[in-house]
Design a protein around this ligand. Sequence first.
Ligand SMILES: [Zn+2]
Length: 256
Amino acid sequence: MRDDLVPAVERVAARLRGARRVAVLTGAGMSVASGLPTYRGIGGLYNDMVVDEGMPIEEILHAYTFARNPALTWKYIAQIERACRGAVANEGHHVLARWDARFDVRVVTQNVDGFHRAAGSRHVIELHGNLGELKCIDCERQYTLGELEPLALPPRCLHCDGLIRPNVVLFGEMLPSAALDDFDTELRRGFDVMFSIGTSAGFPYIQQPVIEAARRGTYTVEINPDGTLLSSSVAEHLACPALYALQAIDAALAVG
Ligand SMILES: [Zn+2]
């Protein structure tokens, strides 16, 4: 392990040993070791990128563009899906899934790749939805991408010819209220330890709960190679990649 990280990792492991409820808030950095690019937007998709059409990606992946020109939005959703395809959950996801056996873990993710569930985490709140889930906006029939291949742009429902959309939050859309309610309920129950992993924490609904928890005495840990808006508020900032930190903490836990 990197020498400079040892004391912080030991402190985190020590706090975890006495913990019951553990919150893990994750963003794009969590999936870097799976080979996914750290985008912004859908699950952190596309960082300030201007696409072929000369529009910022935020506009292409916006609800109003999808309503007016679904083929354009779908062109980029399909591109994102291709980037995700073949990627799988990494050991960091698996560490968190194993922690279910030891702690009462709640994973709250901005990622749409579905890797936390795939790794076996039992309690996952997907704030931005899941790219692998598609549905017809008219009859609500559910599809997987595989069922719609070869993919038309935009894909149409095989049952009613309605427009199909992925179950992800586009720009200009509200977060799914059920996921927000679940998150809120869990926050009110409180946590002993709260992690913020691989997220720039730019969204207030990620930032605020961590700052609030720190204020209320929850032990807060940020794992991010870079400093963020949260770094000055958390008890520990491990400046390294998600996978590296989680493996180090897990190893320290095993020893203790
Ligand atoms: Zn339909």
